[in-house]
Design a protein. Structure first.
Length: 211
């Protein structure tokens, strides 16, 4: 598979002929120019994962792409005039030949007084790639490539390292870094304290890697 990181949580996964884009949000740049998409998948409705105005333009430029969203985001995109498929954890579906499992259920808790929206993670081809959104949910499948949340209002560094150790992915691509002034500090800790079998592969915005 090939991956392009557009900053923060926006990742393009190319699985053979299929091109799937995850979480085009307000902190991400460059995804607007992506063409020939088969699907755009949204984990949850927070703006750093779902930039509705730019999503509308992206879908116009990719008329054959499916839009796949969590239940809360469905209201936002429908209100913007888009047609979307709403998925919940436990559902399995295909984008072309790529199998997608919807997992998780809820966003991680930021504070007891902050509402917890739905959060749907996506696992491709029984573990080839996992995008968890804003959650440390552990899917049943062994994961080869993990979109690894770097830092957020809902997480501590110790929790991120524990998640990295539990997942034991072959490659971890740090995402959700835009809220950090010095994300390299977190990348260094991941490499230092993560499991020995996991390669932490940092991508600059717009960079492509093959795994």
């Amino acid at each position: 598979m090939q991956f392009v990181h557009f900053g923060h949580s926006c990742v393009l996964a190319e699985n053979g002929p299929e091109r799937l884009l995850f979480d085009p949000g307000t902190f991400s740049k460059g995804f607007e120019d992506v063409r020939h998409l088969d699907a755009v998948l949204i984990t949850h409705q927070h703006p750093d994962h779902l930039d509705v105005p730019r999503l509308v333009e992206l879908m116009k430029a990719n008329p054959k792409a499916q839009l796949i969203v969590d239940p809360a985001s469905a209201r936002d995109v429908v209100d913007a005039g888009l047609t979307a498929r709403t998925v919940k954890p436990g559902e399995r579906f295909k984008v072309g030949r790529t199998q997608v499992n919807a997992v998780g259920g809820n966003h991680a808790v930021i504070h007891p007084e902050v509402p917890v929206p739905p959060n749907v993670g996506y696992v491709l081809d029984d573990g080839a790639f996992y995008h968890p959104g804003d959650s440390f949910y552990r899917p049943d499948q062994t994961v080869d490539v993990l979109g690894m949340p770097t830092t957020a209002p809902w997480q501590k560094l110790s929790e991120a390292i524990d998640f990295l150790r539990i997942m034991k992915a072959r490659v971890a691509i740090p995402i959700h870094e835009a809220v950090a002034s010095v994300p390299q500090m977190y990348y260094g800790r991941f490499a230092e304290l993560g499991p020995s079998g996991t390669e932490v592969r940092v991508l600059t915005p717009g960079e492509t890697t093959a795994v």
